[in-house]
Ligand binder design. Structure first.
Ligand SMILES: Nc1ncnc2c1ncn2[C@@H]1O[C@H](COP(=O)(O)OP(=O)(O)OP(=O)(O)O)[C@@H](O)[C@H]1O
Ligand SMILES: [Mg+2]
Length: 233
């Protein structure tokens, strides 16, 4: 079976992209899919432990090394396009694409997490949207369920649709910080976007659970079969 790369983006940084990608990797692995993960650029990295790439490599069922799931890391916690020159690193986007292509050769499905939101600049003139366009990826948008998320969600949808990228819809995340909008956001977004909402991820501490249980990060009754069908080429 051939699947598009799955690009997991979000309405902002820190909204639960890694949480979602890790949950999806474990859930899809349990479904018999050979999943690999890819976090090509990561800022604010001081050591390999606890990085997104490490979490994602652990979540994939392909026995991936962390180094296989990452390309560039930066110590400075700013957008890669700023961090790279500050740290004397020249980002080669062709290398990122080569590494992704190599993972696609070896695995059924590659889950890609960007850095920040969809248009956060990764390299001069290059962002996650470009990666998604170049690879024919399908894009899932993680939404932090809080006031303001409707605007960020709809902006991200508009950009994806205008670019002709396969858009899978939205996955809500319970931020823990309840405001009155959290009760209505999902229904309003379903109506206004006309797109699928894949449920809301509950509060779930990955570190407190063995890897095999990380599928619990996903919404209860998450429809794996429908999700996989949407990812087919
Ligand atoms: N549903 C949840 N339950 C418990 N903790 C969560 C949940 N979602 C996110 N978190 C925690 O919130 C923090 C941010 O989440 P996460 O790292 O998944 O965001 P992100 O969008 O990947 O961020 P970045 O832009 O830095 O990659 C992490 O410490 C994560 O463990
Ligand atoms: Mg992350």
């Amino acid at each position: 079976m051939t699947y598009r790369p799955l690009v997991v983006t979000g309405t902002d940084t820190g909204v639960g992209k890694t949480q979602a990608a890790a949950g999806l990797a474990v859930k899809l692995c349990a479904h018999g899919i050979d999943v690999a993960a890819f976090k090509p650029m990561e800022s604010g990295v001081i050591g390999p432990v606890g990085t997104d790439a490490e979490i994602l490599a652990r979540a994939s069922c392909s026995g991936q090394e962390t180094s296989d799931a990452m390309v560039y890391t930066f110590r400075t916690p700013v957008a890669p396009v700023v961090a790279a020159p500050e740290e004397g690193i020249v980002v080669e986007t062709a290398l990122v694409m080569e590494r992704l292509a190599a993972l696609r050769e070896r695995h059924d499905l590659v889950i890609v997490e960007g850095a920040g939101g969809l248009l956060a600049p990764l390299a001069p003139g290059w962002d996650l949207l470009e990666l998604a366009k170049e690879t024919g990826a399908a894009c899932l948008v993680v939404v932090a369920n809080k006031l303001g998320c409707l605007n960020h969600s709809l902006l991200t949808q508009r950009i994806l649709e205008d670019a002709g990228v396969t858009f899978l819809g939205f996955l809500f995340n319970d931020t823990g910080a309840k405001d009155p909008s959290a009760v209505t956001n999902a229904n309003v977004l379903r109506r206004t976007s006309g797109r699928r909402i894949w449920g809301e991820m509950p509060r779930f501490d990955l570190a407190a659970h063995p890897r095999a249980q990380w599928g619990g990060a996903l919404p209860p009754h998450f429809d794996v079969d429908a999700f996989l069908a949407a990812l087919k080429v």
